[in-house]
Design a protein around this ligand. Structure first.
Ligand code: NAG
Length: 353
């Protein structure tokens, strides 16, 4: 079914459950509606985010390489002051993603694609982690070597020193796909960097394989970072930072787990709020049935003809109408050059109905 073939939902009434609709639809507008419900969701019980960047790990513990974010904060009064000066590496190898949070005297080398923690004094031994800078560890991107040096002697000298923290991530993987772009990079990047309010630098690897990606999402990236991003693979500098987050965490597909957000809770309404800000969208919410009961919210069901099809598309559209939407089925062609372009194209289809 295509847009212009007539409205779906004229067929026989069917009783389809709402899960059918939610499971079957891949589109923007449901998403906007869904976040509406997310706001009032009563089932989030934890009110304070556990801090992950805590000074609780001795060097030996850090070496275990698996440090869960769910570990509650422990107040360690016995900590050696030298430990703080030495900085620390906290890596999380659980779930779909591998990430490290490196704090202290941190130095990056783009040519080597390495992130090195240089201790003030010395550690008993050297440690190394290989981190995929893409949030799904099986994606074929060059890995980042994260090293905790044993002492300062082996440290590369800084050629540039930055005051702000950095987040290192790779573009590529599955991110040419719109859904993956959001699920794998944009939402995790928002989670990793929103806490810095723009005072963060993005170090991006693998750009040469996805040259258009950063152009397409420029407005989004500029909303999160005030600074020009660094093309890591071509970066001849040794950059020094007070903190570098290596890799992005995908906690939940196209979603945020508020308790796992570093630096304070965030949820999907924060994300969509940020999108509105970044793209200067005028409206704060999708249509409200409470305010305008006579108006049906329009729902755009994107027709896909290639890799994944919704085999029962007419039924899905009817179910959406039964759930109170005015459903519009349409095909988006050629993926716009920018998300604005794609959304504009989608809205155009909606308006024409
Ligand atoms: C970065 O690492 C590469 C490869 O190990 C090395 O050849 C190069 O000298 C390093 N760059 C700097 C500026 O130290």
């Amino acid at each position: 079914m295509r847009g212009g073939d007539g409205k779906p939902g004229r067929g026989p009434k069917r009783q389809l459950n709402a899960g059918y609709v939610v499971g079957g639809l891949l589109m923007l507008l449901t998403y906007l509606v869904a976040q509406h419900f997310a706001v009032s969701s009563p089932n989030v019980v934890i009110t304070e985010a556990p801090r992950i960047v805590d000074d609780v790990k001795s060097p030996g513990e850090t070496a275990a390489a698996v440090v869960s974010r769910e570990v509650p904060q422990i107040v360690d009064n016995t900590k050696d002051p030298g430990e703080t000066e030495n900085g620390k590496v906290v890596c999380n190898m659980e779930g779909r993603s591998d990430t490290c949070e490196v704090d202290g005297d941190v130095r990056t080398n783009g040519t080597a694609l390495s992130v090195t923690l240089v201790p003030a004094a010395s550690w008993p031994e050297r440690h190394e982690w290989m981190i995929n800078p893409y949030s799904r560890r099986f994606a074929s991107l060059r890995k980042v070597t994260v090293t905790q040096l044993q002492d300062r002697a082996a440290a590369p000298p800084c050629t540039v020193t930055h005051d702000m923290p950095a987040v290192l991530f790779g573009v590529g993987g599955y991110a040419a796909n719109y859904w993956h772009a959001y699920a794998d990079i944009l939402v995790p990047l928002f989670v990793a960097s929103r806490r810095y309010h723009g005072e963060v630098m993005f170090l991006v690897s693998n750009i040469q394989f996805r040259p258009r990606w950063l152009v397409k999402y420029r407005a989004f990236l500029q909303g999160l970072s005030k600074y020009d991003l660094v093309d890591m693979d071509g970066d001849a500098q040794v950059r020094c930072f007070p903190r570098v987050t290596v890799g992005l965490r995908l906690d939940k597909e196209l979603s945020i787990v508020p308790e796992l957000v570093p630096g304070g809770r965030l949820s999907m309404p924060d994300f969509t709020g940020f999108l509105r800000e970044a793209y200067a969208l005028p409206r704060g919410a999708a249509a409200s049935l409470a305010r305008e009961p006579e108006k049906k919210p329009r729902l755009l069901l994107i027709h896909r003809g290639h890799y994944r099809r919704i085999l029962n598309e007419p039924e899905v559209a009817r179910a959406a109408e039964a759930a109170g939407f005015e459903a519009v089925v349409t095909e988006l062609r050629g993926g716009g050059d920018t998300p604005e372009g794609e959304v504009e194209q989608a809205l155009d289809h909606l308006r024409r109905q």
